[in-house]
Design a binder for this molecule. Structure first.
Ligand code: 5GP
Ligand code: ZN
Length: 115
């Protein structure tokens, strides 16, 4: 996907502050951080949304969640807490159509939207 900014970052064709690299995903700092820690976890495969996931992606997703946990620990926010989320399509507020998880923390994140 030549036009996709996250594909460009994953291939080294666009700059980002990369904090983790694995064969099938990477993590880099959000360009407009919403919290002191705001890291994006992104599969190297161009999957537009959560809706495009297939069963074979389950191990990848597990590794991404564990990496998010490890980044939270290394950034010192694990004990106070953090949020890991993915927005999907219009109602979910998705702006970049290459699947990604946001790791947010380092300040109280406010009201829960899911309860
Ligand atoms: P979404 O709303 O799709 O869940 O979130 C997209 C996120 O990607 C936003 O938080 C936005 O700041 C971030 N973002 C958009 N373009 C770039 C970019 O070129 N580089 C980085 N590092 N983050 C980006
Ligand atoms: Zn992409």
């Amino acid at each position: 996907m030549d036009a996709c900014i996250f594909c460009k970052i994953a291939s080294g064709g666009a700059k980002a502050t990369i904090v983790h690299e694995s064969p099938d995903f990477l993590a880099f700092e959000d360009i407009h951080p919403q919290a002191p820690v705001h890291t994006l976890l992104v599969p190297r495969e161009h999957l537009p949304t959560l809706n495009d996931l297939r069963p074979e992606h389950a191990p990848l997703l597990g590794r991404m969640v564990l990496a998010a946990r490890d980044i939270a620990r290394s950034r010192g926010i694990a004990e106070r807490g953090y949020r890991l989320l993915a927005n999907c399509n219009a109602d979910g507020g998705q702006a970049v159509f290459h699947l990604h998880f946001h790791l947010l923390g380092g300040r109280p994140l406010g009201a829960k939207l899911c309860s």
